[in-house]
Design a protein around this ligand. Structure first.
Ligand SMILES: [Zn+2]
Length: 312
């Protein structure tokens, strides 16, 4: 039998003691090195290893092994919920980029006042380039993105003056409560370079590609018609929001607006994460933030009562 012949050949070989010793030393060195690499923790938010006891409850039983406590800001990150009920906390250090100073192609931006949060810019840039490549249409224009408090006040006042208070309340959030303050949202129009005319972005026809494929880039249409009772804002096919991958895909797949998604995640604690597209997603209440010690993760506040950790 083949197996027996194989055994015989091995039995016939004799390993010299020096060689065996050399192998043992090399194996010990390699294993030690691997342990050192594996033990290097990925700390991004002043994480400190926990020795004993949960600082919040004193109970560690629900926390899986390999997690450490960390600190973070619940008012920042790509998943923050900003609305009239949850005003934005203006941070000192959001990294904004001026859209027209980037090497953009296949779409336009209104002027040099259009700024976006850095990560969101990269996602919108990829999405709009892909749309132009897929359809040959290059007339999509970012008409507005980041807005300061004063700029939002001006937008709100202009809308109320032009269309009345009710219209302004249906379509424009109060100053301090707009997603545009975050730099994570953009408004689109279509701009005809030959005539100089702007048109509303309705997402109809080929432009629906942007709504359909946005989630692959971490981008959702934030205010859908069937969610008006929850968001408090009428349908805005032109207003897109970056929430990150894989969250946008989950929201689209399950037809959830950001308010609903934030709510849903509260039922997934660190001990029972939502598993989706190879990621583990879970919620930590403010003051009880747990992050994995040896895996990559991203962290976002929800701007309400805690954090969302995404382990990839
Ligand atoms: Zn908008």
């Amino acid at each position: 039998m083949a197996v027996r012949r194989k055994r015989k050949r091995y039995r016939g070989r004799r390993l010299r003691p020096q060689f065996i010793l050399f192998c043992a030393v090399m194996a010990a060195l390699l294993c030690g090195g691997a342990l050192l690499v594996r033990r290097a923790p990925v700390f991004r938010h002043n994480a400190t290893p926990v020795q004993s006891g949960d600082p919040a409850t004193g109970d560690l039983s629900a926390i899986p092994a390999g997690y450490v406590t960390a600190e973070g800001d619940i008012h920042s990150g790509s998943l923050i919920l900003v609305s009239n009920d949850h005003p934005y906390t203006f941070p000192a250090d959001v990294e904004l980029v001026t859209t027209l100073e980037q090497n953009i192609s296949g779409y336009m931006a209104r002027d040099y006042t259009v700024k976006q949060e850095k990560t969101a810019f990269a996602a919108f840039d990829s999405l709009l380039r892909a749309f132009a490549a897929a359809t040959g249409r290059e007339d999509v224009n970012i008409s507005s993105a980041y807005r300061s408090y004063d700029e939002q006040q001006a937008v709100y006042a202009a809308s109320a003056a032009e269309n009345g208070q009710d219209h302004a309340d249906s379509y424009v959030t109060q100053p301090g409560c707009s997603e545009h303050h975050t730099g994570l949202a953009v408004d689109l129009t279509r701009y005809d370079v030959r005539t100089g005319h702007s048109y509303d972005f309705t997402g109809e026809g080929e432009y629906g590609w942007i709504h359909t494929h946005g989630p692959e880039y971490g981008i959702v249409m934030r205010y859908a018609a069937d969610k008006e009772a929850i968001t408090g804002i009428a349908e805005e096919s032109w207003h897109l929001r970056y929430v990150g991958v894989p969250h946008a895909a989950y929201m689209a797949e399950h037809n959830l607006c950001l308010e609903e998604y934030i709510d849903l995640l509260r039922s997934y604690p660190v001990s029972n994460p939502l598993r989706y597209k190879g990621c583990r997603i879970y919620f930590c209440p403010e003051g009880q933030l747990w992050v994995p010690e040896e895996e990559n993760y991203t962290l976002s506040g929800n701007n309400v009562d805690g954090f969302i950790v995404t382990v990839s």
